[in-house]
Design a protein around this ligand. Structure first.
Ligand code: ZN
Length: 215
């Protein structure tokens, strides 16, 4: 008969992922990393190729801290505003940028989460899985950490992904990411209080939220 400990080990680990789009950013990525280390959380960073070319050392620091880097884009443009050839080129450039820091991503979160049929075809060509998120903190609006926590904590669930940003992307309505940094300890505590571990998306037992392509 299995002991309690053996049964616990045999069960899949329930986990949620903290994810950060739009970096790396010289000012904010180090602050996010510092806070994640304090909370003992490893996370997923969906990076922008042109920012990786500008700050390869920051990307390496993210990896060295045990986090995962996946693909966001090369230039932060809606897929609906690109031809399929332009999207292919953008994706190849981003993959080249990530390769310079020895990252071969498996997950792809499109800018604003907007995907087209071309996104699906390009993803298949380059062997990437398009993914979305299950919880949007709306941190780009500059919301107060308490408000973001109140909205997000009821949605924490196994296999979920929390969308946050470690940079100021296009359309952001805030000047800095300090509220995202401030949110992390309370959000990590809320997840753990619900029995959820915090793990990068790639390492989750359950596949991350699948992408929906607008008809
Ligand atoms: Zn973005």
């Amino acid at each position: 008969m299995a002991t309690t400990e053996e049964r616990a080990q045999a069960q899949p680990r329930c986990a949620v992922s903290f994810t950060f789009d739009d970096g790396p950013d010289e000012r904010w990525t180090p602050r996010v990393l510092e806070q994640l280390a304090r909370c003992e959380v490893t996370a997923t960073f969906f990076m922008v190729g042109e920012r990786v070319r500008a700050h390869p050392d920051l990307a390496r620091t993210v990896l060295a801290a045990g986090h995962e880097i996946q693909l966001h884009c090369d230039r932060h443009i809606r897929h609906t505003a690109l031809t399929e050839a332009e999207l292919q080129l953008d994706t190849e450039m981003a993959l080249d940028a990530l390769a310079t820091v020895d990252v071969r991503p498996q997950l792809w979160r499109a800018p604003w989460g907007i995907c087209t049929d071309a996104s699906v075809r390009v993803a298949t060509q380059v062997g990437l899985q398009l993914v979305s998120w299950s919880i949007d903190t709306h941190d780009w609006r500059g919301d107060h950490p308490q408000h973001m926590l109140a909205d997000a904590q009821g949605q924490l669930a196994d296999g979920g992904a929390v969308l946050m940003h470690d940079a100021i992307g296009p359309g952001a309505r805030r000047a800095g990411c300090q509220n995202t940094v401030a949110l992390l300890p309370a959000l990590a505590a809320a997840a753990r209080a619900d029995g959820l571990a915090l793990a990068p998306m790639q390492h989750q037992a359950i596949s991350p939220a699948a992408i929906e392509v607008p008809a």
